[in-house]
Design a protein around this ligand. Structure first.
Ligand code: FES
Length: 259
């Protein structure tokens, strides 16, 4: 950026001196996030038919908490619940992703241009950080971390159920897809910065807590890949939902081995 002397009353307007295509990354991030947001909104609010293709339950609807669900995970809500059952649980992964340290960087760059890229000036003149509403709510991330863990447990139960074909043990392509999706979501949670702090934060000496130190080392290795895991798991969860829907609608069939 240029730092020429300013005339009295003149505002400093830094120039963009980067010559590379710095705008490609925020553009792609923005497009992927918008595409995912539109698909997830449709799937959660309006696509509440076809989210279960026995024995596979879409991750957008897991756990299914209403007695009228096609596949009831936990019957906490009666038939009086007339809206999509996905609404009851999707706020947790949505809140977890929205407040994620990595996604914050991605969507601040893509949508707010604050800043759009390294060494590129902010689009806004003033910067208040995350100290005011609504961005102060980003501090809830550590609580969303805890809330996402029971959801993961249910997703692993779904993987277990995906081996059950009318009481017989089997494996279908959907079993593999559900297992891969849940593994990715587990890695996403395990690589979270809040989880890393939980393992190793607040310690004066690692030698006084060898188990936490070992966990912290594992989580730190995963944390280095948090950005990549965030994108792959985001796309993975949408594709898993799509696969279940296509199967439920009879648009595709799958290879299965039932014993
Ligand atoms: Fe991304 Fe916690 S920092 S999930």
């Amino acid at each position: 950026m240029t730092t020429e002397a300013l005339r009295p009353g003149q505002q400093f307007r830094p120039a963009i001196e980067r010559k590379d295509r710095w705008w490609v990354e925020p553009l792609i991030s923005g497009l992927v996030l918008v595409a995912f947001g539109l698909y997830a909104t449709w799937a959660a609010l309006f696509g509440n038919a076809g989210y279960y293709a026995a024995p596979y339950l879409s991750p957008f609807y897991s756990p299914c908490l209403v007695v009228t669900c096609e596949h009831v995970s936990l019957p906490l809500f009666g038939a009086w619940w007339a809206l999509s059952p996905a609404i009851l649980i999707l706020w947790v992964p949505l809140g977890f992703r929205t407040t994620c340290y990595y996604y914050r960087k991605a969507y601040y760059r893509a949508f707010f241009w604050s800043p759009p890229a390294c060494a590129v000036p902010d689009a806004r003149k003033r910067y208040s950080g995350e100290t005011k509403f609504p961005f102060i709510l980003q501090n809830l991330h550590r609580y969303f971390f805890w809330l996402s863990i029971p959801i993961l447990v249910f997703l692993w139960v779904d993987v277990f159920m995906a081996f059950n074909f009318d009481g017989r043990f089997g494996i279908g392509l959907g079993t593999v897809i559900l297992a891969a999706n849940t593994t990715l979501l587990t890695l996403y949670t395990a690589s979270c910065h809040a989880g890393r702090h939980l393992c190793g934060g607040g310690l004066k000496q690692f030698s006084s807590a060898p188990v936490r130190f070992s966990l912290w080392k594992i989580v730190s290795r995963l944390n280095e890949r948090h950005m990549q895991i965030a994108w792959v798991s985001l796309i993975g969860v949408a594709l898993t939902d799509l696969y279940v829907r296509l199967l439920a609608a009879g648009i595709i069939s799958e290879p299965r081995w039932v014993f």
